[in-house]
Design a protein around this ligand. Structure first.
Ligand code: NAD
Length: 355
């Protein structure tokens, strides 16, 4: 075993069916009394219902979160939060909503209570992102880490089955890359394996029946663990590829992660054999050689898009993504081989099995 450094993130986590009904007492216990409820326009109703439950603790509902946190949206939200004199942002939604609360926290220091309703994992990280002129910049700051996270699987029942499946595979990508991270450690590796098992078992059940609350609970559990992985260790080639697919081609975040994961795992299959054997076993297989195919088959079973073409990558995308990735690489357990990467991205473009 290699030497390691492990630092736990200071977050108070509540987990359980119906747990969000305790939000009012949790906010009061933490001394918050002027709360801004943040949602996307699509989840405004959910925000208004939450505001009703919270009564006098709520100052307003702010339903203006959008994907990738444009700087203009963040600036308006910061101004609004400052003029309303709020003492807490309650982010009710997925990564986009939590992202807007993080942008407010970054500028103002206003603490966040997050109630995630997808499996993206942002609630467990100190990472924030802001987009200007089609360029997404990310950074890390402890100020943006939520103080409290309330996981209520019941809130994910309204997330459509196909989006749930992609979002769950987005979570799995964090756990997969944690297994071979540069700063990996035994605690996070255990969480990663547990997360991959939970997600790979729960997602097919959710696709069969989106109202299966036990499967929702298991997926939420897997997503929580994946979020801890993302917040605790560095990511590698897969996240670099997806940041390029999202940043340069504006491909939908969760779907791009879900499709690409099979190919990035395949690319790394022999790079960290111990980690990849663990991954294969967590997915119900045996050997590191199989990891790409196992993930590809899981995606097939989930009925989500299999090709990058289907979600909007243009024909010259594979070579461009390989070029950008190799020019500004993240850490990866094996070196970046541009032609091999491009060939794999060609298979991903067409949705063919990685080999
Ligand atoms: P999202 O937050 O954009 O949500 C997608 C859509 O689903 C939105 O319209 C939303 O309102 C809706 N939705 C969410 N939950 C729902 C529910 N339970 N029922 C019905 N509709 C629901 O998508 P996401 O994948 O959660 O987040 C993606 C964003 O998060 C990206 O910008 C990504 O970069 C960011 N992200 C950041 C981090 C980080 O650590 N900073 C981590 C993961 C993702």
């Amino acid at each position: 075993m290699q030497d390691f450094h492990y630092k736990a993130l200071p977050i108070n986590v509540y987990f359980g069916n119906g747990e969000s009904k305790k939000t009012k007492s949790i906010l009061a216990e933490n001394g918050y009394s002027s709360v801004l409820v943040i949602t996307t326009p699509e989840q405004k109703e959910t925000g208004l219902n939450m505001a009703k439950q919270l009564g006098e603790l709520v100052t307003d509902v702010y339903p203006h979160a959008v994907m990738h946190v444009p700087v203009s949206v963040a600036d308006e939200a910061v101004e609004y939060a400052t003029t309303k004199n709020i003492d807490c942002c309650l982010a009710l939604g997925g990564g986009s909503t939590i992202g807007l609360a993080k942008a407010i926290a970054l500028k103002t220091g206003i603490p966040i209570v997050a109630i995630p309703t997808t499996y993206a994992g942002s609630e467990m990280t100190t990472v924030y992102g802001l987009t200007e002129n089609n360029l997404k910049k990310t950074g890390k700051d402890i100020k943006v880490l939520p103080k409290v996270v309330i996981y209520d699987p019941e809130l994910s029942l309204t997330l459509p089955a196909d989006i749930s499946a992609s979002s769950g595979m987005n979570a799995m990508a964090h756990a997969v890359e944690a297994l071979y991270a540069q700063d990996k450690n035994p605690i996070i590796s255990m969480m990663a394996v547990e997360s991959i098992k939970a997600l790979s078992q729960a997602l097919p059940k959710i696709v069969k029946n989106s109202q299966d609350i036990e499967a929702r609970k298991q997926a939420t559990y897997g997503a929580w663990l994946a979020g801890i992985c993302l917040g605790s260790v560095g990511m590698a080639i897969h996240h670099k590829l997806c940041h390029t697919l999202g940043g340069t081609y504006n491909l939908p975040h969760a779907q791009a992660h879900a499709i690409t994961l099979a190919y990035s795992a395949h690319y790394n299959r022999n790079a960290d054999i111990e980690a990849m054997d663990k991954l294969a076993q967590a997915l119900g297989g045996q050997s590191h050689e199989q990891v790409g195919q196992l993930i590809y088959k899981l995606n097939q079973q989930l009925g989500i898009p299999l090709s990058l073409k289907e979600i909007g990558l243009p024909e010259d995308g594979p070579s461009e993504v390989a070029r950008i990735t190799c020019e500004s690489p993240y850490y990866n357990p094996r070196s970046y081989e541009r032609s091999e990467l491009e060939a794999l991205l060609q298979l991903a473009y067409q949705g063919l099995e990685p080999k």
